[in-house]
Design a protein around this ligand. Structure first.
Ligand code: BEZ
Length: 253
């Protein structure tokens, strides 16, 4: 994302599921006491703290200054740095790199993988989960349809996400030198908190899709998206997002 639009309070309050699901990924990472581990896209630091509790020497990076400031406030005893994964400053520094629900924001995946490869020690592992092919497809398709109905230009170009298949991503991993030892693609319908769950999700995550759109029209579009998707994504009094995740593990050779 180009601008730092994150609302860290809304993120912590309404989107705590992001780090809750990430706790499973910590199990896949299987951190050992004393390991040096980089959390790429640490947000407000909750998963970095889980690693810290397990005796890890953890460093968190994020490209959002607001997120990093909030993380430092919540966990002043953990090292957090403002860094972009496509310009990482580390070399042979970490036993593992961990990343949860972030790499779908990185539209230069090969550059990011090269930097992470360089930052790992030999035999170090890269363990990541993020949105895979088909992620939030129903939401994205409806949003595009509504933006076009209001004659918003270049809608597809404003999509801020990269949702690869495991074939595509594993190939990129191999191209930068990783041995891919695990890859998985699965559905995870994800409950969104409250009656305004989908609206909050759109306000939190789809900001760039509305660039240049008048506030009033934006509100109309959001209401239309909500109305169109209610039959499919609002079930048993709850909104669900049609998440599809990929999980990968690569070893630095
Ligand atoms: C995700 O976690 O899959 C996601 C979050 C925000 C926007 C798009 C995808």
């Amino acid at each position: 994302m180009s601008r730092d639009h994150w609302n860290t309070e809304l993120y912590d309050e309404k989107h705590s599921f992001v780090s809750k699901y990430g706790e499973d990924l910590v199990e896949l990472l299987a951190p050992k006491q004393g390991e040096a581990i980089l959390d790429v896209g640490c947000g407000t630091g909750d998963l970095a703290y889980k690693l810290y509790e397990r005796g890890v020497n953890v460093t968190g990076i994020d490209q959002s200054e607001k997120m990093i400031n909030q993380a430092k406030k919540k966990y002043p005893f953990i090292a957090f740095e403002l860094q972009n994964v496509v310009h990482l400053s580390y070399e042979n520094a970490f036993d593992a790199i961990f990343s949860n629900a972030v790499l779908h924001w990185v539209k230069q995946p090969k550059e990011a993988l090269s930097c992470m490869y360089l930052a790992l020690k030999r035999n170090g592992r890269f363990v990541a989960e993020f949105g895979g092919k088909g992620n939030v497809q129903l939401i994205v398709d409806e949003l595009i349809k509504q933006l076009k109905a209001f004659e918003v230009d270049n809608v597809e170009e404003k999509i801020p996400w990269y949702f690869p298949s495991i074939g595509e991503y594993a190939t990129l991993m191999e191209e930068v030198g990783f041995r891919v030892v695990f890859a998985q693609h699965f559905d995870r319908p994800t409950p969104l908190e409250g009656e305004r769950g989908l609206v909050n999700w759109l306000h939190m995550f789809a900001v760039s899709m509305f660039e240049g759109v008048d506030e009033k029209i934006k509100e109309e579009i959001v209401v239309n998206v909500e109305n169109s998707l209610r039959n499919i994504l609002f079930q048993e009094n709850r909104w669900f997002a049609d998440y599809k995740r990929i999980r990968v593990i690569g070893i630095k050779q």
